[in-house]
Design a protein around this ligand. Structure first.
Ligand SMILES: Cc1cc2nc3c(=O)[nH]c(=O)nc-3n(C[C@H](O)[C@H](O)[C@H](O)COP(=O)(O)O)c2cc1C
Length: 244
């Protein structure tokens, strides 16, 4: 039988330091009560009539445009999931830099952890977490590198600091400290002073060619709308509604 609250309190009052501990414990529970954190979703719905049954693209274009227009922070930020040859998954955020019917493009270091995993297993899953719109879009697909020409064009559109940074950072490798990174940046800055910074051979884009795209819209009582398009062997798309 657990002690009643008043009994427990009078017991604690008799133990030196216990009350302080109890107060701290109750306070920290009140501050971070993850189990009680939830929102009900009701901003919008997603019906079959909102999009063609045989083509995910119009809905993607509408949702990305709405995400940008809504003013949410970094609407083109997405989570990329990859997996190594042993099946160990890993994730990280990147920025979407292009999207068309041919695929979703992001740029990165070709010697990073994600690059090693994509070399061993050229498949990825992407997730756009648009909390403010109570939406997520999930993409699965095969991954290929974009052409060096496409990477060069994008590389030169980046601010100079980011171009030099790409040369200086051996992404995903261990540094002795922040100073090492700053030394490497300074050395590259000096090297490229007054010159066009060339595209590093170890840097460029990845295109995720979609085989499935799911559109998720939050609804009240966790009865969300999920429409998933999957690519068929003949190249057409099939749409299905999934249970939430
Ligand atoms: C909002 C956001 C955007 C990012 N965009 C990129 C990006 O476009 N390309 C990239 O290589 N890393 C980007 N990063 C850093 C990655 O999340 C990650 O740290 C890096 O790519 C190394 O990942 P890896 O070690 O798993 O390969 C971004 C991080 C955040 C939080």
């Amino acid at each position: 039988m657990p002690a009643s609250r008043p009994k427990l309190l009078s017991y604690l009052l008799g133990v030196p330091g216990a009350l302080t501990l109890w107060k701290w414990f109750s306070h920290s529970r009140a501050r971070l009560n993850l189990a009680d954190m939830r929102r009900d979703y009701g901003l919008a719905g997603l019906a079959e009539g909102d999009a063609p049954a045989d083509d995910p693209w119009p809905l993607w274009e509408r949702w990305i445009a709405e995400a940008v227009k809504s003013g949410i922070r970094e609407p083109n930020a997405l989570v990329v999931a990859t997996a190594d040859a042993a099946g160990q998954p890993s994730t990280r955020m990147v920025l979407l830099k292009g999207a068309d019917r041919g695929g979703f493009v992001f740029y990165s270091n070709y010697e990073s952890r994600k690059a090693g995993e994509l070399a061993a297993n050229p498949r990825a899953a992407l997730l756009f977490p648009w909390h403010e719109l109570e939406r997520q879009v999930i993409v699965e697909g095969a991954v290929e590198k974009v052409s060096a020409q496409e990477s060069t064009v994008y590389f030169h559109s980046r601010p100079l600091g980011s171009q030099v940074g790409a040369w200086a950072s051996a992404q995903s490798t261990v540094l002795s400290g922040r100073e090492e990174l700053e030394r490497r940046v300074a050395a590259r800055m000096a090297e490229f002073q007054g010159r066009v910074v060339p595209l590093p051979p170890f840097w460029g884009g990845y295109r995720v060619v979609p085989t499935a795209i799911e559109f998720w819209q939050g609804r009240p009582s966790r009865l969300h709308d999920r429409l998933r398009y999957t690519r068929q062997p003949d190249g057409s798309w099939r749409r299905e509604r999934l249970s939430p």
